[in-house]
Design a protein around this ligand. Structure first.
Ligand code: CDP
Length: 206
């Protein structure tokens, strides 16, 4: 059964998606990593991230490959594994611009739709645009402060700088971030990752 987990930046989507996927014995797919790979590829080629045509040409020349596993996703750019580089702050800062191009969104969507179902799909528009027929859809939120503190555990930057960057990315992403009408919206500010995973598994079993 397809499950979609969407939500704002650093709302815990990947951790939760991985936990749900492991419990069900299926892969999870992080769509954000494909947007991040497109941004990194463009940045390293020296392209202006506002230039959708140049980005698309770059993606045609230097292939991006995502491998989905229940424990995590790995991404190769031009045959080199770059997973660890996809969360650099330069990528954080540029990815929303890249994700704003309809051409790039179609590039991501076609890669996702080519993957063998079922899996847990995680991102911003999985339940709305990419897998609208999924029977279980969740949308995760949390306060900016809680999200910044969570991400500060994974990043070298200060929580206050992370919080400002998250709020800015939310603003830029707000065009493509709308919960699906049939998604369960869950504020995870006061929930542990395991509590969120358990709620989703309950909905899957229902
Ligand atoms: O985990 P976090 O929310 O920080 O990032 P992510 O899920 O890796 O997504 C990175 C960026 O990709 C987002 O800020 C969006 O600009 C874009 N994105 C999107 O537009 N649509 C998706 N389905 C997934 C990500």
């Amino acid at each position: 059964m397809m499950i979609t987990i969407d939500g704002v930046a650093a709302s815990g989507k990947s951790t939760v998606a991985s936990g749900v996927a492991r419990a069900l014995g299926v892969p999870y797919v992080s769509s954000g990593l494909l947007y991040r790979a497109a941004a990194l590829s463009g940045l390293e080629a020296g392209l202006p991230l506002s230039d959708a045509r140049a980005l698309l040409a770059q993606l045609g020349q230097v292939p991006v490959r995502l491998e989905a596993h229940p424990e995590g996703n790995r991404v190769w750019i031009g045959g080199v594994e770059r997973t660890a580089d996809l969360h650099a702050s330069e990528v954080d800062a540029g990815v929303s611009t890249v994700a704003g191009h309809p051409e790039i969104r179609r590039w991501v969507d076609s890669q996702l739709q080519a993957l063998p179902a079922p899996f847990v799909a995680e991102g911003r528009d999985m339940g709305t645009n990419v897998f609208p027929a999924a029977p279980v859809k969740f949308y995760l939120t949390a306060s900016p402060r809680v999200r910044a503190l969570r991400r500060a555990q994974e990043r070298p930057e200060e929580a206050s700088a992370i919080e400002a960057a998250l709020i800015e990315r939310d603003r830029q992403d707000s065009r493509q971030i709308v919960p699906a009408a049939d998604a369960t919206v869950l504020d995870t500010s006061d929930l542990s990752a395991q509590e969120v995973i358990d709620r989703i598994l309950k909905a899957v079993a229902a």
